[in-house]
Ligand binder design. Sequence first.
Ligand code: SF4
Ligand code: SF4
Ligand code: SF4
Length: 334
Amino acid sequence: MHDDRKSGVTRRGFLSGALGALGAGAVLPGTARAAERGALATLIDLSLCDGCPGREMPACVAACKAWHNHTIPRPVDPIPVPFPRAVIEDWSKKQDVSDRLTPYNRIFIQQAEVEYQGMRRAISIPRRCMHCDNPACATLCPFSANHKHANGAVVIDPDLCFGGAKCRTLCPWEIPQRQSGVGLYLHVLPTLMGNGAMYKCDLCHEWLQQGRDPACIEACPKKALLIGDRTLIFQEAEDRARRMQGFLYGKEENGGTSTLYVSPVPFELLDQAVEKGKGRPGLGPVKRRMDRTDPLGAVVLAAPAVGLAAGLAGSIKLLTDRRAKVKKEEANND
Ligand code: SF4
Ligand code: SF4
Ligand code: SF4
């Protein structure tokens, strides 16, 4: 079989580009295989997503839940009450919630009704992590539990995460969500340090490593979600926006991301129309929080916490082993 992966573009990817050039209705198939070892990006076409009417749950949401939810351990009972902030976030008994982000719902569909150019439009908007180009959520994770991979995916390792939620604080969309009562903190100082583990979309990183497309993309009946070589996806997004005289979101936000939304109506209108709040991010203009962060910042912030952890418990070996494993996996995969 002819395979031109060395050039970063397979026949499938080339055909995808050609199809995309045919018109706004043409559909790019998933193209993760086309660039399985290079930088990827995703495109979310709001002119194609219809929110999956008639289904109990949108296909993308159901696929994500089916693939990920069994990976979250059952929380301990009772969940330790942290000090000084006695905040417990337990979604384990609300796993069916699908109208906002939770650890058990890493993608959801926002609904917006807007009037634009004299027409009333109903727009369905899949929301999940944007996989930012310079994610402070990863750079400043005190436990180095969050990494930006060469393929573009920003991935939290729940086995290293202490659930302190710094990533959520630093994320302009407050995407990561906490499940209390699970994770490494239970073996260290469960009431004084940590509060569970953070979860969010990982771009189905394991599937990408196997050359598969993410579960939500495979499941979407409208082909509203696409993945492929970053350059091709960016080009496709620009082309579609031009053809539909539409708008882009994700190219500049938070300093650039690996997720481009294309919409037939302005994002300012969508931002005004969607329900916002915890687990329900907006779509407004976003500057980078913690601009100019770098790995040194992570070291400085991490030092007291990591030192305390190491001094107070025998868990440092677990952390070290786990980090070594992650580094080895990254070296093999990136
Ligand atoms: S992205 Fe696809 S699967 Fe998800 S709600 Fe839209 S049409 Fe349905
Ligand atoms: S959207 Fe938020 S959680 Fe996702 S990579 Fe960007 S900053 Fe991190
Ligand atoms: S890419 Fe994977 S983890 Fe992310 S929303 Fe889709 S199915 Fe869920």
